[in-house]
Write a protein that binds this ligand. Structure first.
Ligand SMILES: NC(=O)c1ccc[n+]([C@@H]2O[C@H](COP(=O)([O-])OP(=O)(O)OC[C@H]3O[C@@H](n4cnc5c(N)ncnc54)[C@H](O)[C@@H]3O)[C@@H](O)[C@H]2O)c1
Ligand SMILES: O=C(O)C(=O)C[C@]1(C(=O)O)C=C[C@@H](O)C=C1
Length: 361
């Protein structure tokens, strides 16, 4: 495309650089949507593993043919890799999917690059897992994908990145990079930091006490399992905004601690917490939906989970969210599925007919 404006966004062929969780998941989603995807990774076996999972081809590409490059490498490598991609793929729009947008844009600007073909973006979906084997084609389904246009990006480049997000099943929110970084400090980076600090405290807990762990501590600490090297880069890249939230949180902790030490009520502080949970929007930014929770017992045997998902799929019910818990004593696990309340009874009955032990939560 060089500097000419395309008539309409053109997605293929696509090159994903960084075939880890996010890159390989994008590859799987685009491949499923019929787009030609190529994969490249600093560790070639990652691209090969991702290719084996259906994320695209790990074979070398013809640079002039690539229409879109998606850079999905760790934050510190983003600007150099985007810069090299703009140079190597002269006909391509280039986006990155990094968790912090301002630093990439300012590093690219500082390099004096012409950025008409670069538009940053950020899918608000991921997990505490890393690497290509954790890729999922449906990772972005019904999630938000932030697109962060800047002054010199062409409308065609913005449209291409928007089309990428939509093809992956996400809904797009457009926002300047600086505002994006303030937003994710509150809704992603502070929660991760707090989860990590709470989980760190568990290393000092008596193992006999840890044996009592239920779902509460698992809910609070799941994201703390994220790659520390990746999260160090994310938090550092957004340090001022995260530090401001940590300072406010420190004041709240201080107040809670002070009141408990003098046996003063703390109900109002906890009520503020309840109010905060109600502020979290549902999918596509809609008001939060109260989903019904169905818990299915899974025997700890090979193939159980695959059979369960097949049966759930055959029941024709859209599963909005899942979590898995293992029984520390019995050889079973539980899959908790969130589904629309009006479908709960029928779904439980259908699964029961297939022989699953189902509890309505
Ligand atoms: N993990 C999440 O939940 C999440 C969600 C949204 C966005 N992101 C962002 O996506 C990016 C990738 O994160 P991830 O979770 O997929 O990490 P990951 O560790 O699963 O994958 C990163 C991949 O990039 C490769 N890589 C590293 N440096 C490279 C380089 N210079 N050139 C080519 N390949 C390189 C690694 O070998 C690895 O395969 C990060 O910038 C992260 O901030 C992460
Ligand atoms: O679901 C998770 O495990 C995540 O932490 C995903 C999450 C998030 O905070 O929502 C984490 C970082 C990414 O930049 C985007 C998404």
């Amino acid at each position: 495309m060089e500097d000419t404006e395309p008539d309409e966004p053109r997605l293929g062929p696509v090159l994903v650089i960084g075939a880890g969780l996010v890159g390989a998941s994008i590859g799987c989603a685009l491949t499923a949507a019929g787009i030609e995807v190529h994969l490249r990774d600093a560790i070639p076996s990652h691209a090969q593993v991702a290719a084996g999972l259906g994320a695209g081809s790990a074979e070398p590409v013809v640079p002039e043919q690539i229409a879109l490059v998606i850079v999905a490498v760790p934050p510190r490598a983003l600007a150099p890799v985007v810069s090299a991609a703009l140079d190597e793929f002269a006909n391509a729009v280039v986006t990155d999917v990094g968790s912090v947008k301002g630093t990439v844009l300012s590093e690219l600007s500082a390099r004096g690059l012409e950025l008409r073909r670069y538009v940053g973006s950020h899918p608000m979906a991921g997990s505490h897992l890393a690497g290509p084997v954790t890729a999922r084609a449906d990772l972005f389904t019904d999630r938000t994908w932030v697109v962060t246009p800047h002054d010199t990006a062409t409308p065609g480049s913005v449209a291409t990145v928007t089309e990428l997000a939509e093809l992956c099943g996400a809904s797009v929110v457009q926002m300047p990079a600086a505002e994006h970084d303030l937003a994710v400090a509150a809704v992603s980076h502070l929660p991760h930091a707090v989860s990590a600090l709470v989980a760190a405290g568990l290393t000092e807990v008596d193992p006999a006490h840890l044996a009592l762990a239920g779902q509460g501590v698992r809910d609070v600490t799941r994201i703390a399992g994220g790659d520390p090297a990746l999260w160090d880069q994310i938090l550092s890249a957004n340090a001022p905004a995260v530090a401001a939230h940590l300072a406010t949180l420190a004041e709240r902790l201080e107040e809670l601690s002070r009141r408990l030490s003098v046996r003063q009520p703390v109900t109002d502080l906890l009520e503020q917490g309840v109010a905060g949970t109600r502020e979290i929007p549902g999918k596509h930014g809609r008001a939060a939906t109260a989903y019904a929770r169905i818990v299915v017992e899974i025997p700890d045997a090979p193939g159980s989970l695959a059979r369960l998902f097949t049966d759930a799929g055959a029941a024709g019910v859209n599963v909005e969210d899942i979590s898995i818990e293992h029984d520390p004593v019995r050889e079973v696990g539980w899959l908790q599925m969130s589904i629309r309340p009006e479908l709960a009874d029928t779904f439980a009955e259908l699964m029961g007919q297939k022989g699953w032990r189902v509890h309505l939560g």
